[in-house]
Design a protein around this ligand. Structure first.
Ligand code: ARG
Length: 255
């Protein structure tokens, strides 16, 4: 082989390699699902010590999607931006302990329910709130994450009827920040999903002083009309919930 054809050969091999790589890249992109969460909600989604996203939802959705042949990337997005991000295609799936509500169902499609929860009132240990009924919360400063059912509960039951001043209702971008403010004595109480309150009780100086029965069901969210993905998620969810892996997941994150 002369010098010229040798370099031609190397050139073609390089071309083939590049073509192969980019093709491979495309195929992978097509099969990639971006999952949006709000990683401030242990044990469902939170950031581990090494900085990765972990939790019941994260592990569950990853398993379902990987079993369906997808690769998964998790993005941390503030809770009230999750639905807009799904609508404008920035993410493909919401896995954020999101309660299935009629209002949200007008914007996105939900999977079958995978977890049931009520709301609760969380306060600092030793902060003797005088709470005989839930209306007594109106006498305190109360926090919740923006856009959540906990925040909606405060609005509907305490603020909208004029009993609690707007100033006493503190909205936070994350529940992590709300708990920090509670512990630092900047607010008196937080309204949040009970399983998450129970998780904060385990590692912060906080306690649950009231349960608010709301009977919420969590679902995974997809863009409205994305039935192909929703069907895969629902069948994967059913298989997972029927398997021992489900009990293992529950034990790992809730015991
Ligand atoms: N279940 C509540 C809701 O849907 C709170 C969810 C908050 N989730 C989160 N990852 N911060 O409004």
């Amino acid at each position: 082989m002369n010098k010229k054809s040798k370099s031609m050969a190397i050139f073609s091999i390089a071309l083939i390699l590049i073509a192969g790589l980019s093709l491979g890249g495309c195929v992978e992109e097509e099969n990639k699902i971006i999952v949006g969460t709000s990683a401030d909600f242990p044990p469902f989604e939170y950031i581990s010590e090494d900085g990765t996203f972990v939790g019941f939802d994260v592990e569950m959705v990853t398993k379902i999607l990987e079993d369906a042949g997808y690769t998964v990337e998790v993005k941390d997005i503030s809770f009230d931006s999750l639905i807009p991000s799904l609508e404008n295609g920035k993410i493909d799936v919401i896995a954020a302990a999101m309660t299935i509500t009629e209002e949200r169902e007008e914007q996105i499609d939900f999977s079958n329910p995978y977890y049931e929860a009520d709301q609760s009132v969380l306060t600092r240990v030793g902060n003797n709130l005088n709470l005989n009924t839930r209306q007594d919360l109106q006498n305190y400063t109360v926090g919740a994450q923006t856009g959540t059912t906990g925040a909606a509960w405060i609005e509907e039951n305490l603020v909208d009827n004029g009993n609690m001043s707007e100033d006493d209702f503190r909205r936070y971008e994350t529940y992590t920040l709300a708990v920090l403010d509670l512990v630092n004595e900047n607010i008196d109480a937080i309204v949040l999903d009970k399983p998450v309150a129970e998780s904060y009780v385990k590692n912060q100086n906080v306690e649950i002083v009231m349960t608010i029965i709301t009977e919420e069901s969590y679902g995974l969210g997809v863009k409205q009309g994305n039935t192909e993905l929703l069907e895969k998620i629902n069948s994967g969810l059913a298989t997972l919930m029927d398997s021992d892996d489900w009990d293992t997941l529950i034990l790992k994150y809730f015991e």
